[in-house]
Design a protein around this ligand. Structure first.
Ligand code: SAH
Length: 231
């Protein structure tokens, strides 16, 4: 039996080689295995979505080679694309069902919205920076994620015309819980949000069948602040 050298096709590409060849799917698979699966993300639909969505297309061209690294990236307009693990973990904690309608606050580049598009029936996403709302909307449309609607607006107001939502996710941190958003949650719904100024924590709010809410804290996070709305 010949053990070595193996046929080149059997040898997994090293990361630099994958980068050179721009083998994005190899980088993506490596990201999911080492950063997401190996930690605590279990929802098969979330893992599948992260294996499919081309994260590198949501970052500026000059940052593409870093798109699958284990960290957030700063990508202009005071905006960041969250660390892959945080996107996976928050999506997992939301326990999204295929029939759900989800509201996202803070579209940014649209990567989290693209992941949500694979998990839910409908996604509505609000972004306060006009240029980002336009850019992410265009990208999501170009990539064919037709169940996502992005609009420029103040996330503190939510999206009253489409409320109530089964799930709500904030990807910018308000100093404290936002009652208007909790009000837009269906009974039986769940909201997840980074809360706080200097020491942020990830908070989950569950609304029961009678509309009573319960709040618990998961872990410490560092999101961009949710800026006060403009008129
Ligand atoms: N969801 C993104 C991360 C976005 S970073 C991802 O997939 O990577 C947070 C975003 O929230 C920024 O784009 C910022 O402009 C936006 N934001 C901040 N305050 C906001 C507000 N009040 N309403 C809506 N969006 C807001």
């Amino acid at each position: 039996m010949r053990l070595w050298p193996r046929h080149p096709a059997e040898i997994p590409p090293s990361l630099p080689a994958a980068l050179e060849a721009q083998d994005w799917s190899a980088l993506r698979e490596n990201m999911v295995r080492t950063q997401i699966e190996r930690r605590d993300v279990r929802d098969p639909a979330v893992l599948k979505a992260m294996r499919v969505i081309p994260r590198h297309l949501f970052v500026p061209v000059e940052l593409r080679s870093s798109a699958y690294e284990d960290r957030p990236l700063t990508i202009g307009h005071g905006q960041t694309i969250s660390q892959p693990y945080i996107v996976g973990s928050m999506s997992d904690l939301l326990e999204i069902q295929p029939a759900h309608t989800v509201l996202e606050i803070g579209t940014g580049c649209g990567y989290q919205a693209a992941i949500l598009s694979q998990l839910a029936n409908q996604v509505f996403s609000v972004e306060i920076v006009d240029a980002l709302a336009k850019q992410s909307s265009r990208m999501l449309h170009e990539l064919g994620y037709r169940n996502v609607t992005v609009r420029r607006g103040d996330g503190y107001l939510g999206w009253p015309e489409e409320a109530p939502f089964d799930r709500i996710i904030l990807t910018a941190a308000p100093p404290e819980m936002v009652p208007a958003l909790v009000n837009q949650l269906k009974n039986g719904g769940r909201l997840i949000a980074p809360i706080g100024v200097d020491n942020q924590v990830l908070v989950i709010v569950d609304k029961d069948a009678q509309g009573r809410t319960q709040q618990r804290t998961r872990y410490g996070v560092a999101f961009v602040p949710m800026v006060p709305g403009r008129k």
